[in-house]
Ligand binder design. Structure first.
Ligand SMILES: [Fe+2]
Ligand SMILES: [Fe+2]
Length: 260
């Protein structure tokens, strides 16, 4: 089992697609994940399944991978069940920011309908969407993840690389949208904003449901305090006007599209 645990999930699933199906049963969505280069070992740990579920998952995977072996189900001590999870204050701050980013990301569908229908592209609307993404999602939010939070993790872990790559890919899509607005290329605007919407939706789910609970469980109380202080300093450096003007724009989108 050990050598499969040290292989990437993708490789293991390629060798035996049943493993992907078994992981799905435990809500570990490695098959649809765009990258899936995480090690099987890390994936199992990161998902923090209740003790008995994890033992059963390991048993079923090992049986599938080594049908000739007499595989034993690992015994789990009582009390190793999953506890109710509550985010620490700085992590909750990031999760709250996700709520605003998800709202903006959801409105991309309505914005793109206008881009497809209107004779003249509403450049102001698009530039405000881009400004929200660059200022609020990227400089205000992603920067705290990259420059502060991930310093408290092992940056060589595949899941951190995947998350960092998502940020880079997202920036690439937004630059392509800006270029396409310049040249008035509707198809490019639509295709890159659609790709951004899909990417960020999956990205935020990965952070909220998997990465952040896992990082949070590994932090000491003094690290939580340190991160909280550094987040406040980072926010203060950018100034309160940045979140204010972007959240104000989000409210105008609510009004604009809620009545439709
Ligand atoms: Fe992120
Ligand atoms: Fe995030």
């Amino acid at each position: 089992m050990q050598n499969f645990m040290n292989m990437s999930v993708k490789e293991v699933i390629e060798k035996n697609p049943r493993i992907g199906e078994i992981l799905e049963e435990y809500h570990i969505g490695c098959v649809p994940c765009t990258v899936a280069t995480c090690l099987l070992r890390d994936v199992v740990t990161i998902h923090n399944l209740p003790g008995k579920d994890e033992a059963m998952l390991m048993y079923r995977m090992e049986k599938e991978l080594y049908p000739e072996r007499n595989v034993q189900l690992r015994e789990v001590a009582e009390g190793k069940e999953k506890e109710e999870f509550k985010f620490s204050p700085p992590m909750q701050e990031l999760v709250d920011e996700h709520v605003h980013i998800k709202q903006l990301v959801a409105y991309i569908s309505e914005v793109l309908e206008l881009v497809a229908q209107d004779e003249d592209i509403d450049r102001d609307l698009l530039f405000n969407v881009i400004r929200f993404i660059r200022e609020y999602a990227d400089r205000y939010h992603h920067a705290k993840e990259e420059d502060i939070l991930f310093e408290y993790t092992d940056r060589s872990l595949e899941i951190i690389n995947v998350i960092m790559e998502d940020h880079v890919t997202a920036r690439g899509h937004i630059q392509a949208v800006v270029d396409a607005i310049d040249t008035g290329n509707r198809e490019e605007i639509i295709s890159h904003l659609t790709a951004y919407q899909a990417l960020l939706t999956e990205h935020i789910t990965k952070e909220d449901e998997i990465l952040f609970p896992w990082i949070d469980r590994g932090l000491t109380t003094s690290q939580v305090g340190e991160i909280y202080r550094k987040f406040s300093e980072a926010d203060a450096e950018l100034g309160s006007d940045l979140p204010r003007r972007n959240l104000e724009f989000l409210r105008t989108l609510n009004e604009k599209f809620a009545s439709q």
